[in-house]
Ligand binder design. Structure first.
Ligand SMILES: [Zn+2]
Length: 218
């Protein structure tokens, strides 16, 4: 059975002031003499007040967007609006898809962005790795790849070196001495841009380049 309730208790439960409730009562339930917060209200009036003045329950908040990342990707900066949580070891990472190449590429892209760099020149590497690199860096880092066995003249090499922010000489891949020499002979002028990558694989290249970019100048 509904019970009468004091004005102040009802106001409190509605999260409004006693005065607000008394004003509402004066306007909407003039038959009820309630002038003081300690006055009692009949149950039916209390119920009407509750329906009229009760705040609508806030809608359940949308689930917070969560990005599950592998342990390695936890080190990368978070994107706006996403809460980053560490994924279980056997789960696929939202960031890199649990691909070591993608992970290394993302770290390298991050290093380029952090320093406002845009252009990477890769000297050497086979056709497969070139395609992988272009795919991984698409839209993020401009890449120019010099075929390790192709023909390049000094003028072209010079233009490449000037164009690039970072020059990776991929010494472990098919890379003729004639080609690499074009890029490393000018080491004195472009020393700050050059990094030699002694290991094979896209991940190794990206990691070496990121380390180079992240290393303090000098
Ligand atoms: Zn990952």
């Amino acid at each position: 059975m509904a019970r009468s309730v004091r004005v102040r208790n009802l106001a409190k439960s509605l999260d409004i002031s006693d005065t607000e409730l008394l004003i509402w009562l004066a306007e909407n339930a003039p038959a009820v003499i309630a002038r003081h917060p300690a006055d009692f209200l009949p149950a039916d009036v209390a119920e009407r007040a509750q329906q009229a003045l009760g705040r609508a329950q806030p809608e359940a908040p949308a689930p917070e967007p969560v990005e599950r990342r592998c342990a390695e990707c936890m080190k990368l900066p978070a994107k706006g609006g996403l809460r980053v949580v560490e994924a279980d070891a056997d789960a696929v990472c939202d960031m890199c898809g649990s691909s070591a190449n993608k992970r290394a590429a993302l770290a390298m892209i991050g290093a380029f962005h952090a320093r406002g760099l845009k252009r990477l020149l890769v000297v050497g590497g086979g056709p497969g790795t070139a395609e992988d690199l272009r795919h991984l860096l698409a839209g993020e880092v401009d890449i120019r790849i010099v075929d390790g066995e192709g023909h390049r003249n000094a003028a072209k090499a010079d233009a490449d070196l000037r164009w690039a922010d970072v020059v990776a000489v991929w010494s472990s891949t098919i890379l003729s001495h004639k080609v690499s020499k074009l890029y490393t002979d000018q080491r004195a002028s472009f020393r700050d841009k050059l990094v030699t990558v002694p290991r094979r694989g896209v991940a190794a290249l990206c990691t070496a380049v990121a380390e180079k970019v992240n290393a303090p100048a000098g």
